[in-house]
Ligand binder design. Structure first.
Ligand code: SF4
Ligand code: SF4
Length: 468
């Protein structure tokens, strides 16, 4: 795969303009956790370190360790201030994609389900302005709804993806979010309708280059998907999993529907299956952790962002092909390029430090919501992710008083309640949840959504009535 060489701006100058080579970003590495398999680092054009690249041992694709997640594209509302204008801002997307490519990113991950169905067309337009061989595109068979389980509907979804992406082949094609609903759901979506053999056929025809899946679910389901490969029924060319320093050892705590990332990763790595990482930041939660944890991170690496710790952790295991980040703002892209140009893998000592951070974060009883919005819309209008986000943010920022003894009680109480009304309109607040349960089965994090909403609502009522 060749890179686009028609650009007049030198890569070195471009990265310098973005601030990539300032501070500790290029600090020498005394690093031991992992070395990448084949091409841990690539020299930039001018001899400086560029983006860390990984080689897919199955296809020989050279893939940037930073992958561009196309789930959280900027909307027109972000620039106009009209929050309900959720049309995608194509100009901003084009600019961000151009900057990502220039910074060395070459893997773009989308789905027919992202951005209310508009993500594929938006990234298709942005990427079509560049040579096809300068990037890899990943998309998914997102046939969640029963009406899309038929052979015809699933084939149509694949063909529409090609059209929207303005291409005649997909580099990485995923069965989207398998594991939820176990093997029965997998059979309904991919086996009983004959779509899996059809996809294998498309791979033989070159319309799909790598076939894999993304996973959310319990160990039992994951083991079954691995066993399919062990029995020679299918070859998984790659697998996408949720991996971050919280989920590494703690995804199974309080839930029998999730699997720890260290287990998922080791099962894949021992089979030589390249691993794509999603949710390295847990939907943004690891970009703004509780103040005491953030302070400890700053003390260790003063020039680094809180998010960079999570990205370094996610990219460190040698079997990781790429780490997806949904970059809504150019600042996110800049920070990620800094972190990964090149990646400074976490040392064993830093890994132990991050585990201590995880334990401290867990004590705060945050809602493990990643803001994916798969639970939306709620038929009763509840803003589920908005409510969880406000609650988590207030805890992290010290605006959720635990009791009336808190010396900062009055200020924090006010910040929580006023902020809640500002970020979630009253008609969409937790108190209106009737526990119908429609949302719960859609949540890839297995959150008991009505229970969590009622827990938060009870807390809010206590604050309102000055009972705590
Ligand atoms: S359980 Fe509550 S939040 Fe979920 S769909 Fe029903 S009313 Fe909406
Ligand atoms: S509650 Fe679950 S489905 Fe809804 S946005 Fe959060 S993680 Fe996604």
């Amino acid at each position: 795969m060749s890179k686009n060489t028609d650009n007049n701006i030198s890569r070195r100058r471009f990265l310098r303009d973005l601030g990539i080579f300032s501070g500790a970003a290029v600090a020498g590495s005394a690093l031991t956790m992992c070395k990448s398999v084949a091409a841990p680092e690539k020299e930039g054009k001018d001899g400086e370190k560029g983006m860390t690249m990984r080689v897919n041992p199955n296809s020989n694709d050279t893939v940037s360790i930073l992958g561009y997640g196309c789930m959280r594209f900027p909307t027109m509302g972000l620039s106009s201030g009209k929050a309900d204008d959720d049309r995608l801002d194509q100009e901003a997307i084009n600019a961000s994609v151009d900057a990502a490519l220039e910074g060395g990113v070459n893997y773009f991950d989308t789905s027919p389900a992202y951005c209310k169905g508009n993500s594929e067309a938006a990234i298709g337009e942005a990427l079509s302005r560049h040579p096809r061989e300068s990037y890899y595109i990943a998309t998914k068979l997102s046939n969640f709804a029963p009406q899309t389980w038929t052979t015809e509907a699933s084939k149509e979804m694949f063909e529409n993806s090609l059209k929207n992406l303005r291409t005649d082949y997909v580099d990485y094609y995923l069965l989207h979010a398998i594991g939820m609903g176990g093997v029965d759901a997998f059979n309904q979506r991919y086996v009983d309708n004959g779509i899996l053999p059809w996809l294998v056929e498309q791979k033989e025809k070159g319309r799909i280059r790598n076939l894999g899946f993304s996973f959310h679910g319990p160990r039992k389901s994951f083991d079954e998907f691995m066993a399919m490969m062990d029995r020679g029924e299918i070859h998984w060319d790659f697998v996408q999993i949720q991996l971050n320093y919280m989920d590494w050892l703690h995804a199974e705590e309080g839930s029998d529907s999730n699997t720890n990332a260290d287990y998922l990763y080791s099962e894949l790595h021992k089979r030589g299956i390249p691993v794509v990482i999603m949710e390295p930041l847990l939907g943004g939660r690891l970009a703004s952790v509780a103040a005491p944890v953030a302070a400890k991170m700053k003390e260790r690496r003063p020039d680094d962002s809180t998010a960079s710790w999570a990205f370094r952790f996610a990219g460190s295991p040698e079997g990781v092909l790429t780490v997806l980040s949904g970059m809504t703002y150019m600042e996110h892209l800049r920070d990620n390029l800094t972190t990964y140009s090149p990646l400074d893998p976490v040392s064993d000592d830093e890994k132990a430090f991050l585990e201590r951070c995880a334990l401290e974060i867990l004590q705060n009883n945050l809602v493990p919501c990643t803001n994916c919005k798969y639970c939306m819309p709620c038929p009763y209008g509840i803003d589920i992710p908005g409510t969880f986000k406000h609650y988590n943010t207030c805890i992290n920022e010290g605006n959720a008083p635990r009791d009336g003894e808190d010396p900062d009680y009055r200020r924090a109480r006010r910040a929580f309640l006023y902020g809640y009304d500002r970020s979630v309109p009253r008609l969409r607040q937790a108190t209106r949840c009737i526990s119908c349960g429609t949302c719960t089965s859609h949540c890839p994090q297995s959150i008991d959504i009505p229970t969590e909403l009622h827990r938060i609502d009870a807390y809010i009522e206590s604050l309102k009535q000055n009972l705590i």
